[in-house]
Design a protein around this ligand. Structure first.
Ligand SMILES: *Cc1c(COP(=O)(O)O)cnc(C)c1O
Length: 374
């Protein structure tokens, strides 16, 4: 019997080494990793600059707690909100914690409890974030959840419009439902949300845990819409593989998150912040973002060319293809051919290469996908 709780359905392969877009298992077999640790490894495995950062910082200072000033957190916060309408950051350790902070801040600021989220969303596993998640299977058997969330169908502007009342404090959503099936927001829905938030003074929270940090070809995915969120949550790609999360917010929220309101012992720890700063230094620039968009266009073109049926969804390098065969079988078959992919929802194969993937690696993935899917 395993000494681990079996709360994950783990695949029977054990990786021991990674470099760039590749990982090696304990038998020496090489795999092309188009999961990127579920959209985490923005710069691939063991990027030399990140290795260097961890080595240097690990010899200087690991942890101080938030009892003391952190110039490094200040710098990272400033870089994350630069060129946006957002003003402040709070650091934590994961996506669910970033959303937990967002839910608490929204309630405290608006003094309203009702929050709208959407079917097939995913916001995390802690009580607040789990309750925000619009998927019955995530809640089941855990007893009463936080009961102030109202789940609506995604991309249905009319239904949303009718659901808003004076008790509604906030709307929370992803720009692309990552876990839910790579479902991107439509322009029409984004326009409706923004006009509702403007008109009714409703707080807008965008969960960019999966879509943020250049994954969709812009620093944040909301930049590709008309939306101006009051709160943006981040994690996954932010640390490039080192655990760190963040909540960004507008200036008007500043007073609501004063001393003692919220916190995290580890949040914004010097080691995590140093790594995230290096990730941001490398990804938040025009050349890097342009390259993500070029790689996305190339990937989509090759999929269209080589797959008999290619129904590609998503933006940037958060792509999905609808498959007819059972998802688990497709993931298995790809792995046997040396390509790691992950499912999303019931029928979507999610393609999440590192953001610095090469055309040759994309070709290799497309060849395997064609073999498996055609
Ligand atoms: C992964 C994910 C989360 C949860 O992040 P954790 O770090 O696993 O807590 C929340 N929201 C979205 C959109 C995610 O993709």
């Amino acid at each position: 019997m395993s000494a681990l709780f079996q709360n994950y359905g783990r695949r029977p392969v054990h990786f021991v080494k990674g470099s760039g877009s590749y990982v090696w298992d304990d038998r020496g077999d090489r795999f092309l990793d188009f999961t990127s640790g579920i959209a985490v490894l923005a710069l691939g495995h063991c990027h030399p600059k990140l290795v260097q950062t961890i080595q240097a910082q690990s010899e200087k200072l690991w942890h101080t707690s938030n009892l003391f000033t952190s110039t490094e957190q200040e710098q990272l916060a400033a870089d994350l909100v630069e060129e946006t309408h957002l003003s402040h950051a709070f650091f934590c350790n994961s996506g669910t914690e970033a959303n937990e902070a967002a839910i608490k801040l929204a309630r405290k600021y608006t003094k309203k409890h009702k929050m709208i989220t959407f079917n097939n969303s995913f916001h995390g596993r802690t009580f607040g974030a789990m309750s925000a998640t619009g998927q019955e299977k995530v809640h089941s058997d855990f007893g009463p959840i936080v009961d102030t969330f109202e789940y609506l169908p995604f991309n249905e502007p009319q239904i949303l419009q009718h659901a808003i009342d004076d008790e509604t404090g906030a709307i929370m959503l992803e720009m692309i439902q990552g876990e839910g099936g790579v479902n991107a927001i439509t322009d029409e829905f984004a326009e409706m949300i923004q006009s509702i938030c403007d008109e009714k003074g409703i707080l807008l929270i965008i969960d960019e845990v999966q879509t943020g940090i250049a994954r969709t070809g812009t620093k944040y995915a909301f930049e590709q819409t008309v939306l101006k969120p009051h709160i943006v949550t981040l994690a996954k790609g932010l640390g490039g593989g080192f655990p760190i999360g963040a909540m960004l917010g507008t200036a008007e929220l500043f007073e609501a998150f004063g001393p003692g309101t919220h916190g995290s012992t580890f949040g914004g720890n010097p080691l995590a912040v140093a790594v995230a700063q290096t990730v941001i230094d490398l990804t938040f620039n025009e050349a890097f973002l342009k390259n993500v968009n070029e790689k996305s266009a190339y990937f989509q073109k090759q999929l269209a060319l080589h797959l008999l049926k290619s129904d590609v969804k998503g933006w940037g390098l958060l792509l999905g293809i609808s498959v007819d065969q059972p998802l688990a079988q497709v993931v298995d078959a790809c792995e046997k051919q040396g390509l790691l992919v992950v499912g999303a929802g019931e029928t979507t194969l999610r393609l999440l290469p590192p953001l610095n993937v090469t055309n040759a690696e994309i070709d290799e993935a497309v060849t395997i996908l064609a073999k498996v899917l055609n």
